[in-house]
Ligand binder design. Structure first.
Ligand SMILES: O=c1ccn([C@@H]2O[C@H](COP(=O)(O)O)[C@@H](O)[C@H]2O)c(=O)[nH]1
Length: 290
């Protein structure tokens, strides 16, 4: 079994910096790169991003939707790109946003099994069916050293409509964060009292993280004691900046900023892609990982 995802993420960030670059081959980007909007264009786009960045960026995050829209040939492109990215040393976080009843969730979690044709290091999941429905994915992640990022406070403008709704005294987003905090605590089960925040001191980053947008006007969930990483999308094209990360998350939290279009629009030239990613890494570099 691989080392736990959280530990592998700590190592990747220590050697490469805390940046995740999203691979989002939008039709408009393919056109901008002079590529056809089909599997061949998709393959050339993916190859270019992987070749330019997989040797230097800590995490690559392919967006599954942009591969699924090309059918089985699109998925074949993704499988090859993911394998090459991992071989070059990048961790791969599949942005799949899956969530279903437990028995089906178990099948989605197969992306975290090493023998899967699209085996990845971590994936995004949606808690809409209840955090407990994600338990099979937690079990698979634990068994194979994989990671999960659960949608908690997403970066889209109307996300609060559901995520601020109250469940008892806590918001839906807070229930998600607290559940993930429990997953990062060995032996904790849904319904058990929350672990003591102080219990985290000195431990490596946990393998279970949350998604919290860099676009929020203010941080309206309590991330103390989460124990795992925070994936922060919304930078660049959605308006978020490094200053927003500082404002929202301060320092001392394992925040993994993720950028897609702002880096990808610097392609197809490899030097352009690298320079765009390096600009973000440098700007983010001043922020301690934990
Ligand atoms: O709250 C969320 C969760 C996921 N995303 C995904 O991240 C990228 C963002 O792309 P940009 O081009 O950097 O805006 C995209 O794949 C989203 O599906 C998010 O934006 N917000």
């Amino acid at each position: 079994m691989s080392a736990p995802f959280g530990e592998r993420l700590d190592d990747a960030v220590a050697s490469r910096g805390a940046l995740c670059v999203g691979i989002d081959p939008h039709a408009a980007l393919l056109e901008k790169w002079g590529l056809p909007d089909g599997p061949d264009g998709l393959a050339r786009f993916t190859d270019a991003v992987v070749d330019a960045l997989a040797g230097s960026v800590a995490v690559l995050k392919p967006q599954l939707a942009f591969y699924e829209r090309h059918g089985s040939r699109g998925l074949a492109v993704l499988e090859e790109g993911v394998a090459r990215a991992r071989a070059a040393g990048a961790l791969v976080l599949l942005d799949a946003k899956r969530g279903d009843i437990g028995s089906t969730m178990d099948a989605y979690a197969d992306y975290l099994r090493p023998g899967h044709p699209l085996a990845v290091d971590a994936m995004t999941v949606s808690p809409f069916l209840g955090p407990g429905s994600l338990q099979p994915a937690v079990d698979t992640a634990r068994a194979h050293g994989g990671g999960l990022f659960v949608l908690a406070r997403t970066s889209n403008p109307d996300a609060g409509t559901l995520q601020h709704a109250l469940v008892g005294e806590r918001s839906v987003a807070q229930v998600v964060v607290d559940t993930v905090r429990g997953w990062n605590t060995p032996g904790w089960g849904v319904g058990d009292p929350l672990p003591d925040v102080a219990d985290r001191a000195g431990r490596p980053t946990g393998s279970f993280g949350v998604v919290v947008g860099a676009t929020l006007p203010h941080l309206d969930v309590d991330l103390d004691g989460l124990g795992g990483p925070v994936l922060a999308p919304g930078l660049g094209a959605q308006g978020g900046s490094v200053a927003d990360l500082r404002r929202l998350f301060g320092s001392g939290r394992a925040v993994l900023p993720t950028v897609s279009r702002d880096v990808l629009s610097a392609g197809p030239d490899a030097a352009g892609l690298r320079a765009a990613a390096e600009r973000w890494t440098t700007e983010l570099g001043a922020r301690p990982w934990r």
